[in-house]
Design a protein. Sequence first.
Length: 164
Amino acid sequence: MKKELYLVLLIPIFIIGSCVNDSTKVTDKNTSTKSAALKDLDKTLIVPWSVELNDSTQLMEIKKNPEADMANLEPVDMVDAINFKYPQIKLEWLKQEGKRAFVKIEDARYLTRESGTEGAMAYLAEVTFSLTEFKGIEEVDIAFQEGDHARPGLYTRENFKNFN
């Protein structure tokens, strides 16, 4: 009778024990996924250059953003950051050839019609300065359908020298 009682008590213990997950195995599986996600967290979605209107001079100024971190970033990551800042304008990375980056805006209506001339120039300046922040990129070829406030073309920092 004692032997049967022990078996009756031991069998549920084994059943319950076998149903419990080994948390170290789950953690080990998640570690590689988490470390890949943490690498992405090291990337910033802050555009390194920002155009602002100077209240006293009423002129646009382009300023370096001290919160931006270019470490571990590729130009395609910068396009993501620009798209995060300007969700109405979908910038697409195409390629880099030599010192020239190629990007395009499939639907540029917001840029060319709704943002105004100053808004469009500010956007183009931020795209140009941000992409030319990468070593080896000196000019940005921005392709889109021309509109009232902006035109496509090859841009360098020199195009925005009037921004103080």
